[in-house]
Design a protein around this ligand. Structure first.
Ligand SMILES: CC(C)(COP(=O)(O)OP(=O)(O)OC[C@H]1O[C@@H](n2cnc3c(N)ncnc32)[C@H](O)[C@@H]1OP(=O)(O)O)[C@@H](O)C(=O)NCCC(=O)NCCS
Length: 155
């Protein structure tokens, strides 16, 4: 069974390995260190004692932002990403978030479909936000209203 715990600096070697395997444009070691030092809600997902995923949430003024959610490629497609996202949303709810926001590449169909399936809606675009092989790709901004049925524990 997948379990979750706060990320610590000693996890970063394995976290970065998963990050590099999972993204064409991964976060750096420094990005994770900054998140830990800024006391963002950094979590790891473990299966049989191995870190198989990581997630980062920021919170402020009633809003949470999912900054990163990642399941290592050989564990993808087994339901872990959904359970991890639900875990992050539970944490956002406990912190008092009324809205949760995130950005995603429209080309990242697995992520977009996962977010839509738990009630996120597309609310706008950030033009040319992400680096891409042929220049840049827009970011789809998505929002989940935690006060609605989807956001209130009906996941
Ligand atoms: C996005 C990610 C976290 C999903 O995790 P996962 O463990 O593979 O997803 P799950 O197996 O829990 O699937 C949950 C839902 O995601 C969607 N999904 C997953 N894989 C999919 C695929 N290949 N194509 C389309 N939709 C897919 C489906 O809606 C699925 O629900 P279903 O199984 O009921 O159809 C994972 O693919 C990942 O880490 N990708 C690399 C990092 C990344 O892109 N993170 C998101 C940045 S915005």
């Amino acid at each position: 069974m997948i379990t979750f715990r706060p990320m610590v600096e000693a996890d970063l070697c394995r976290v970065l390995e998963n990050e590099l395997r999972s993204y064409a444009y991964p976060w750096t070691h420094g990005n994770f260190v900054d998140c830990l030092r800024e006391r963002k809600d950094c979590q790891v997902a473990e299966l049989a004692g191995q870190i198989i995923g990581h997630g980062v949430l920021s919170f402020g003024a009633g809003e949470a932002h999912v900054l990163n959610i990642c399941i290592t490629p050989d564990q993808q497609g087994r339901g872990h990403g959904r359970v991890f996202l639900e875990h992050l949303l539970d944490r956002a709810r406990c912190l008092g978030a009324e809205m949760v926001f995130l950005e995603v590449r429209p080309s990242n169909r697995a992520a977009v479909e996962l977010y839509e399936s738990v009630g996120f809606n597309a609310i706008g675009l950030r033009r040319n936000y992400y680096p891409a092989p042929l220049g840049h790709e827009d970011a789809q901004i998505m929002a989940l209203d935690m006060r609605s049925d989807f956001g209130s524990g009906a996941l």
